[in-house]
Write a protein of this length. Structure first.
Length: 355
């Protein structure tokens, strides 16, 4: 059962309580590159991203943030470190949420001033604590406890100034520390929690760590919003986040590609076709299942549970549509033919379902 959290609104996007679990990412373009940011925001939202965060490291970035905010409907989050004045500038320029790190902004008078303004303007804060930037005040504590204590101390300062709209993220590059800290935090407060394994790594290690850390907590009912941090293009973070939520049955809004690992029975180029299907459907935000299997052994059975499926054969491959055998096609022509069928299926589906 999902943990009961309070609900916080970031512009029109709700986080927490019974709101869908939100997928977030962060731009990796320079914030001063307005056109680059707009293009990346479009790419991320087309892929299904709910919220994006932009770094605001200086005054020029805060001004550019304002330009970007005027040109996108998505509520934007400003990521602030060290300098509370930049948080005020970001608010002046349309930030709908401020992310700050109590590890490097610990002047409580400045935080109180910021909190009073954000409370008056209805802008929530994300208190984001990272294992790598914990304040030295916490260095003698066990790390998971230190992450929780630092986050709650900062949240209390915001609360004391009337700001109730608080999301907490405690992240660590160590999955066990991250899960332990989030479990502890979840048991002592009702703040919505943003989950992530920070500095998770490349596509391989980052995906494994994130799926394990975030997935474990989500299965325990903990977590209201997620970011899968990868040393990869941000759109990959969004696609991975959607896939994780889909896999856990928490949000069904992406295409699931089922493909076999191939073996000595394989009759077609499964890897090439499965990758082409995945690329072609990455931006489709509906729960279709497409199976690409190398032979009839498991191919027919998988196809019977798919919207569209192929069971490869030496000379002829079997195509299944809506769980039934639809046609056989020369395996030489399979790739372009299947991709054409996929396009047609998506078009037909979108007309019927109106997406
Ligand atoms: Fe091998 Fe066929 Fe299974 Fe693919 S579906 S792994 S080709 S037996």
């Amino acid at each position: 059962m999902r943990r009961k959290s309070r609900q916080v609104k970031v512009g029109k996007i709700a986080i927490g309580a019974d709101a869908p679990i939100i997928v977030q990412s962060m731009l990796n373009t320079a914030t001063t590159d307005v056109e680059g940011c707009i293009a990346q925001i479009k790419e991320l939202t087309d892929a299904g991203c709910d919220l994006v965060r932009l770094a605001v490291p200086d005054e020029n970035s805060a001004v550019a943030f304002g330009e970007i905010a005027k040109r996108t409907k998505l509520p934007l989050i400003a990521d602030i470190h060290y300098n509370y004045k930049l948080a005020h500038l970001a608010l002046d320029n349309g930030a709908k949420k401020i992310r700050m790190n109590p590890g490097n902004m610990r002047d409580f008078n400045q935080i109180k001033e910021l909190a009073r303004r954000m409370s008056a303007e209805g802008v929530p804060v994300r208190v984001g604590v990272n294992g790598g930037s914990l304040h030295p005040d916490y260095k003698n504590m066990k790390e998971a406890d230190a992450l929780v204590a630092s986050a709650l101390e900062c949240a209390n300062v915001f609360e004391s100034c009337g700001l109730k709209d608080i999301v907490i993220a405690i992240k660590d590059s160590d999955v066990l520390t991250m899960t332990e800290a989030n479990r502890k935090l979840a048991s002592v407060c009702d703040y919505p929690l943003h989950l992530g394994v920070t500095e998770a790594g490349t596509m391989r290690s980052g995906l494994i760590k994130s799926a394990l850390g975030i997935g474990t907590l989500l299965q325990e009912g903990i977590g209201d919003t997620i970011r899968i941090s990868l040393s990869a293009p941000p759109v990959e973070e969004v696609l991975a986040g959607k896939t994780l939520l889909h896999t856990l049955g928490l949000r069904r809004n992406c295409v699931e590609v089922v493909s076999c690992p191939t073996c000595a029975r394989t009759e077609i180029d499964v890897e090439k076709l499965a990758n082409a299907v995945e690329r072609a459907t990455a931006h489709i935000n509906v729960p279709l299942k497409i199976s690409v299997m190398g032979c009839p052994l498991n191919g027919i059975g998988e196809g019977e549970h798919s919207n569209l499926g192929v069971a490869g054969g030496k000379e002829k491959s079997v195509i299944l549509k809506d769980g039934k055998i639809f046609e056989t096609v020369s395996s030489d022509l399979l790739m372009p033919h299947f991709m054409m069928l996929l396009d047609e299926y998506i078009e037909e589906y979108s007309k019927n379902k109106g997406f």
